[in-house]
Design a protein around this ligand. Structure first.
Ligand SMILES: C[S@@+](CC[C@H](N)C(=O)[O-])C[C@H]1O[C@@H](n2cnc3c(N)ncnc32)[C@H](O)[C@@H]1O
Length: 258
């Protein structure tokens, strides 16, 4: 759907809109478009600031192609550390819960790494729950609701691993985020309250009722908030350790139940 001249014009449009990787993005948009009109529309949406992944309808995460519906949080590279640590703790057949699942990327990647896990995922946003169903229906079950609230009581005390990349940006800092996130990802996906810990604390408070003996809760957090996240775990009966990967600026706190 594109000539070399059209390709060059798209690169210029994207570059003037502030896209740093304009060449790569142009190639992806040209590849994805089904007609010249479709391409024009995609370029216009991207130039208006919509995240590339929401325009394409997919994101790459842990080597998988994850479908991204409009308004659904785009999985970040830093979250691959959460998957790596969770997969290291989840043996075959483990029962795994991904809270605040968004597109379902974390659960899908764990299930793709460890065969035969029993996977559950929850998100409060109906658009995310639906998107996660598209991405993980083959691996497990998605519930819509507030944290543990929609889960069947039969899962209490049975989960080997709980993962959460919950919202953790302090409310006052959302305005300093890149426009792609600030303007195009829902506030419920980002806002962690005054100190960023509102949702993480609620996750840690109830974890001991849902984890199996020896089970683990893994929460992605910010470097500056890691001690607050660890405190939320230790004050709720979990032993906390922190894993840090500088390369992607990723921090995961792991709380383990004895
Ligand atoms: C930072 S995004 C992460 C999404 C996904 N885990 C990922 O890494 O791509 C946080 C997600 O938490 C969801 N969320 C926020 N509050 C929630 C709550 N109380 N219960 C369940 N999900 C919630 C949002 O809808 C959003 O999809």
């Amino acid at each position: 759907v594109s000539s070399p001249a059209r390709h060059a014009a798209i690169v210029t449009t994207l570059r003037s809109a502030g896209c740093v990787f304009a060449e790569d993005e142009a190639a992806l948009l040209i590849d994805a478009a089904t007609s010249p009109a479709d391409l024009d529309e995609m370029v216009a949406r991207r130039a208006s600031g919509l995240p590339l992944e929401q325009v394409l309808g997919w994101a790459e995460f842990c080597g998988l192609r994850i479908m991204i519906a409009p308004g659904v949080f785009v999985p970040r590279r830093r979250t691959e550390l959460l998957v790596r640590e969770a997969a290291a703790l989840a043996g075959p057949g483990a029962a795994v819960l991904d809270l605040c699942c968004g597109s379902g990327a974390v659960g899908a990647a764990i299930a793709a790494t460890i065969a035969g896990i029993e996977l559950y995922a929850v998100d409060i946003d109906p658009a995310c729950a639906e998107c996660a169903r598209d991405n993980i229906a083959v691996f497990g079950e998605v519930f819509e609701g507030d944290l543990y609230e929609p889960l069947p009581a039969t899962l209490r005390g049975r989960l080997d691993v709980i993962t959460a990349n919950a919202p953790y940006v302090p409310s006052e800092e959302i305005r300093n985020m890149p426009p792609e996130a600030r303007d195009h990802e829902p506030r419920v996906a980002l806002d962690g309250g005054a100190d960023g810990l509102d949702v993480q604390r609620r996750i840690a408070e109830a974890a001991q009722h849902w984890l199996a003996p020896g089970g683990h809760l893994l929460i992605e957090t910010a470097k500056l908030q890691q001690s607050l996240t660890a405190n939320a775990m230790t004050s709720n009966g979990l032993r906390a350790t922190t894993v840090r990967l500088e390369e992607t600026d990723a921090t995961v706190v792991i709380g383990s139940l004895s």
